[in-house]
Design a protein around this ligand. Structure first.
Ligand SMILES: Cc1ncc(COP(=O)(O)O)c(C=O)c1O
Length: 398
């Protein structure tokens, strides 16, 4: 007997390209290959000590039971206070949902708002998981391109043209993965104007809010308070507190939607891990200084990365304002090397130079590659030197 079929929803599902690449780089390193990986979507430093300490304390104190599905009260209070002091946002603890990472909050948000075939407008280049999450929830991603010439910022006309009677949500990501773009308040206001009077949710993924080097992060509900009653703000601990493996995130927004997220969690994961939530309280109450230190560390690496990349022929880039990625336009190099797309280039770069980059194909940008600078400086500069050697060989012989 053949095995029974799997559901269409998973047969059509692409695995996360970035997680797959990170795994490949790790495997090669473990085999002793001198690999330099620019694939990481996570800080390379350890979680701040007070956070680790709080988790250990919670374990010893027996905080090892189920918690409320939407998260423990002290953490919902701490998130509400943090959003107020850092960004001037007014949420009550009841408006906050604690999730198993921001990814989980996003996933449940689509489940909570989408009827079958309803549309979610999102901007490309986009974070790899968005279209798959929308499809898994039965919705349809509608991709609106942004251009490097306009700083990868959403444009009003293209956005307006993408809205249809079936549009149920708009997904914004600032600071942006993979482009690093930080959406200015004027851009957010323009989007808000277009959305006024429409029956559309705004899902604002602001997980990189703390990692900004040029300009300032403006939360969507701050820029467009008149749409706060239909905006779900997504944030997390992974990037700014170096807590990717802990799986902790949050969503804040209208109470009805937040309760729906609580209910979805109650019937799926039950709750985020109990002692991790206590660690989250310590992160927000005791480790904000570490966030600033991390930001400064990334700022200094970013400067060195951009200086080194300026010497690489066949690539173009604009300094990214936030997150920890450089999104590199490799179209001249694709042409010089006769590569069909960034996937082919990334394969050759790995084979010839043992350098891992993430092809833009899975971000909806096949002529780009993403380089993370969440890595040691020496290794980073070594990797760029190898990339430069690879590029020189192509450009010289073209
Ligand atoms: C834009 C964006 N949103 C959400 C996430 C998920 O973060 P978390 O680890 O909190 O699930 C990531 C992680 O790479 C991301 O880049």
């Amino acid at each position: 007997m053949p095995t029974p079929p799997l559901a269409g929803r998973v047969r059509a599902l692409a695995p996360s390209a970035t997680l797959a690449l990170t795994a490949l780089a790790r495997e090669l390193k473990e085999r002793g290959e001198p690999v330099v990986s620019f694939g990481a979507g996570e800080p390379d430093v350890n979680t701040p000590e007070p956070v680790i300490e709080a988790a250990c304390r919670a374990l010893r104190e027996g905080k090892t039971k189920y918690t409320p599905s939407g998260g423990i009260r002290p953490l919902r209070e701490a998130v509400a206070e943090y959003l107020h002091t850092r960004f001037g946002l007014a949420y009550a603890p009841e408006d906050v949902h604690i999730s198993v990472g921001a990814k989980h909050a996003l996933f449940n948000a689509f489940l909570a708002v989408l009827e079958p075939e309803e549309e979610v407008v999102l901007f490309s280049p986009y974070w790899v998981s968005y279209p798959e999450m929308v499809r898994l929830a039965g919705g349809k991603p509608v991709v609106v391109p942004t251009s490097p010439e306009r700083g990868f910022l959403p444009e009003r006309e293209a956005f307006t043209a993408a809205l249809t009677p079936r549009t149920r949500a708009v997904l914004l990501n600032t600071p942006n993965n993979p482009t690093g773009a930080v959406y200015p308040e004027t851009v957010l206001r323009q989007l808000g104007e277009v959305l006024a009077g429409r029956d559309v949710w705004v899902i604002a993924d602001e997980i990189y809010a703390e990692l900004v080097y040029e300009g300032a992060h403006v939360p969507f509900p701050r820029a467009v308070p008149e749409l706060a009653d239909r905006t779900l703000l997504i944030g997390g601990f992974s990037k700014s507190f170096a807590m990717t493996g802990w799986r902790l995130g949050f969503a804040a927004g209208p109470r009805e939607l937040v309760r729906a997220l609580d209910n979805l969690a109650s019937q799926s994961v039950s709750c985020p891990t109990s002692f991790v939530q206590y660690a989250g309280v310590a992160a927000l109450r005791e480790a904000l200084g570490e966030v600033e230190r991390l930001r400064q560390l990334f700022a200094s690496r970013r400067a060195k990365m951009l200086a080194a990349l300026a010497e690489v022929p066949g690539v173009r880039f604009a300094p990214p304002g936030g997150a920890f990625y450089v999104f590199l336009d490799v179209s001249p190099l694709l042409e010089a090397g006769g590569f069909s797309d960034a996937d082919a280039l990334a394969r050759a770069l790995l084979e010839e130079e043992k350098v891992v980059v993430v092809p833009g194909t899975s971000f909806g940008a096949p002529e780009f590659v993403r380089l993370s600078y969440a890595m040691g400086e020496e290794e980073m500069l070594e990797g760029i030197a190898r990339l430069a050697a690879f590029a020189r060989r192509r450009v010289m012989s073209a």
